[in-house]
Design a protein around this ligand. Sequence first.
Ligand code: NAG
Ligand code: NAG
Length: 165
Amino acid sequence: MDRRKSIQWCPTMQRVGVLALLLSLNYMEVSQGSRHNGHLSPRVIRTKYGTVRGMINSIGVDGMGDAEVFLGLPYAEPPVGNLRLMPPGTPSPWSALRVAQHLGPVCPQRLPDIRNKTEALKTMSQGRYHHLRRLLPYLRNQSEDCLYLNIYSPAGAITSRLHQN
Ligand SMILES: *[C@@H]1O[C@H](CO)[C@@H](O)[C@H](O)[C@H]1NC(C)=O
Ligand SMILES: *[C@@H]1O[C@H](CO)[C@@H](O)[C@H](O)[C@H]1NC(C)=O
């Protein structure tokens, strides 16, 4: 394999991984407590790669309306198996309607062990401990196949149209 290529690829891949994680974490912050109130969106979105249906979720923040939420949309073909250390490819199209209601896996990472609170608080602040306790359940599903996005879009127009009909 071309050595230069793999060196160039690594920082990009790290950035992609960090971006994916940040997007996932962002979702978790926003949707705490509202994970179970989603119902399917009435509309189907056509994308270059296939059709997708999201959910209508309350954001759970005062003053913010509902959001149309699409979880776990693939944004690139992950370089797994023989393609490991190669650049990611364009996503494979899908033919059936994709219902985007599950988070994709996160990139492989070692999670801090916080089972023993006393022990954990020797190495981190209370704030970080509680933050981690909330996030860890979402970080357990790990895979090299982790190139997924979560998309949030204001759902005001959709819900008011529903109420008019
Ligand atoms: C992990 O994510 C994959 C892909 O979304 C999903 O198929 C699988 O069921 C998930 N596993 C767990 C344990 O949540
Ligand atoms: C947790 O860690 C503390 C301090 O290291 C130790 O004294 C305690 O026995 C541990 N608790 C458990 C349930 O293992």
